[in-house]
Write a protein that binds this ligand. Structure first.
Ligand SMILES: [Mg+2]
Length: 111
């Protein structure tokens, strides 16, 4: 089992970019957007080429791209001095609180 803290620590060892570890949030933020785009592109092609069915090959490719998304998310957290594990835990807590108060739908960051 791989926890987010271990993932973030290990991902840092494969990070190679300018001003890495010096608060360079721009590089991982751009990477995160790029990799998210790659995920969306593969989903778009599933709609275009396969009637929206996610084939086994495409699922494998999507898993790799989602891994890239996770890597850049982790790197962004690192550059911002955030714990990926804490971000994940706080997100679950936020959503659970919204569900409890019936505010899971709708919009607004501070529901
Ligand atoms: Mg990729």
């Amino acid at each position: 089992m791989l926890d987010f803290a271990t993932y973030q620590q290990n991902a840092t060892t494969t990070a190679i970019y300018p001003q890495r570890g010096e608060g360079n949030f721009t590089y991982p933020a751009l990477g995160l957007a790029g990799e998210t785009g790659e995920v969306c592109e593969k989903l778009k092609k599933a709609i275009r080429d396969d009637g929206g069915i996610i084939t086994l090959d495409r699922r494998v490719m999507l898993a790799k791209e989602l891994g890239d998304v996770l890597w850049y998310l982790s790197a962004l957290c690192t550059e911002l001095g955030l714990s990926l594990e804490a971000v994940a835990a706080e997100n679950l807590e936020k959503l659970a609180a919204r569900k409890k108060t019936g505010n899971i739908q709708g919009s607004g960051d501070l529901r």
